[in-house]
Design a protein around this ligand. Structure first.
Ligand code: SF4
Length: 171
């Protein structure tokens, strides 16, 4: 079971990365709002959140309670880009979905914490729909032996952690 989940998470990371550019155009993802966060109230997450219906699991770095609602926090070690990457936005959205299904209250947003800046990612209905569509696409692609590259950006491939196993890299 754990092997299955690990593979599934790897697939999530890979497909999120591939699909993000295409999905953003389609979904009009929220860009992220710069916020100040008091990290002292953040609580470590002991075990992964899991949703049986979607067969989705994930472990946010922290959870924080604000005004009676639990918010997920994802920590990235690097400095913040001008705007959050699409894949990071989807990751936060997936945690928001898992938080809602686990605690029964919909988080209005999740937090993306970079080394120098924090963003609030609004968990809108549009973002949730885009995430669910992405998960559906992933399930379909999971059974295909070939999944096409969704971009023509050599720079993106140069910085990609899957470059050594990918046969579709540009450049
Ligand atoms: S190397 Fe390029 S095409 Fe392959 S997974 Fe990475 S970004 Fe996508």
């Amino acid at each position: 079971m754990m092997l299955y989940l690990s593979i599934f998470l790897l697939l999530i990371a890979l497909v999120l990365f591939w699909q993000s550019g295409r999905q953003q155009k389609k979904a009009g993802l929220p860009g992220g709002r710069v916020v100040y966060s008091d990290t002292r109230s953040w609580g470590k997450v002991e075990k992964p959140l899991y949703d049986r219906e979607l067969q989705l699991t994930g472990k946010p770095d922290y959870l924080v309670e604000k005004n009676g609602v639990v918010l997920p926090v994802e920590v990235k070690s690097g400095r913040a880009p001008g705007a959050p990457y699409d894949s990071h936005i989807y990751q936060v959205a997936a945690y928001c979905l898992l938080v809602e299904r686990t605690y029964g209250k919909r988080p209005p947003y999740g937090l993306l914490h970079y080394a120098n800046r924090d963003f609030a990612i609004e968990y809108t209905r549009e973002l949730e729909t885009a995430l669910l569509e992405l998960l559906t696409d992933m399930r379909r692609d999971e059974y295909r032996s070939q999944v096409g590259r969704s971009h023509e950006q050599a720079a993106r491939c140069r910085g990609c952690g899957y470059r050594h196993v990918c046969d579709q890299q540009v450049g």
